[in-house]
Design a protein around this ligand. Structure first.
Ligand SMILES: C[S@@+](CC[C@H](N)C(=O)[O-])C[C@H]1O[C@@H](n2cnc3c(N)ncnc32)[C@H](O)[C@@H]1O
Length: 315
């Protein structure tokens, strides 16, 4: 998320019901946000905590109220302050047609000095233990020993490990890889490359990261280099020809609609008995995705969920 130390930056905050989370976050990214964070109020006394705090899926009860989430976003262009708020309020009115609480949301803004932005974004990224043996860590931190470290410098591409959808994928990936030797992995919607890099560090033979966003692919390559796995990692803007397969594991942390749209093509790329790990699905879409996967012959192996998201490992 950190990109520049210049400033000032525009911070836009809005509190929404969980059902509106995905639509508002997608809109903020589309509107040009440099960074978008979720803060589940009450989760910690130490300032904002991202959804995906490891406590949510490593056993400690989530004590925060689950009916409201604050979305904090950052923009470079401070001139658009009023226009952005007006457009966001229009969006919330539209959303309130299917999510009544959204109409009550109000948008708050303030200007941040560049150093505040950098400090804020850095403060969010501390070494994060995930699953049985992984640790996601920004390069300026020193992680405790004992886990396989995935070095990720938070950039513009999605995938720092702190979001539940990513962390849940990592947990399931680690389990799927435990029973496979020299797996070939396809990571669709690779973003920062975090899932593919984790697969390679856990023993996968090769990984292909696919993303429609060319900037994300550059970041994924840089992260792969930082982790010493560049020689086994390739990237592409499009899905490979089925002849390039088969892959033993396919990972897709994308929106529900995209997963369902691509599932048929992805099945053709999977080896018989292959694993397909799907994340990024909001509760309301989970049954729909599961039905589409069942139609294609996939059976669920294991599921992880937090208060907003579902991740499922199919075979
Ligand atoms: C939620 S991020 C996941 C990033 C990372 N894999 C993770 O788990 O943290 C989704 C990524 O999918 C990419 N994406 C969206 N639609 C796509 C599509 N149709 N094909 C490939 N990538 C897509 C986006 O550009 C984004 O980088």
């Amino acid at each position: 998320m950190e990109r520049t130390e210049k400033g000032p930056f525009l911070e836009v905050r809005v509190v929404v019901p969980p059902l509106a989370l995905e639509a508002v976050m997608a809109w903020l990214w589309d509107r040009g946000a440099m960074g978008v964070q979720e803060d589940w109020p009450g989760l910690s006394d130490e300032g904002p905590v991202l959804s995906g705090d490891p406590r949510e899926f490593s056993g400690t009860e989530l004590t925060a109220p689950k009916d409201k989430i604050e979305i904090i976003s950052f923009f470079e262009d401070i001139e658009q302050r009023d226009a952005l708020c007006a457009e966001l309020n229009d969006l919330l009115q539209d959303i309130s047609q299917w999510c009544p609480g959204a109409a009550k949301a109000t948008c708050k803004t303030r200007l941040l000095a560049g150093k505040d932005w950098v400090a804020m974004s850095r403060a969010h990224f501390t070494p994060t233990p995930i699953g049985r043996g992984l640790m996601v860590c920004p390069p300026w931190q020193r992680p405790p020993e004992g886990r396989e470290v995935i070095w990720i410098a938070p950039g513009m591409a999605f995938g720092t490990g702190t979001h539940f959808t990513t962390a849940a994928c990592l947990v399931l990936l680690e389990e799927a890889l435990a029973s496979r030797e020299a797996a070939r992995v396809l990571d669709v919607g690779t973003g920062s490359g975090i899932l593919a890099i984790a697969a390679l560090k856990l023993g996968a033979q090769v990984a292909l990261g696919v993303d429609v966003d060319g900037d994300a692919l550059e970041e994924a390559l840089a992260n792969a280099a930082q982790n010493g796995v560049l020689d086994r990692f390739t990237v592409s803007k499009a899905l490979p020809d089925p002849l390039a397969g088969p892959f033993d594991i396919v990972l897709a942390n994308i929106l529900a609609e995209t997963v369902v749209e691509m599932a048929f093509a992805l099945r053709k790329l999977l080896a018989p008995g292959g694993d397909f790990i799907v994340s990024g699905i909001i509760h309301e879409r989970a049954e729909w995705v599961a039905a589409a996967m069942a139609d294609l012959g996939f059976a669920p192996v294991r599921e992880l969920r937090d208060s907003a998201w579902v991740a499922t490992w199919y075979r």
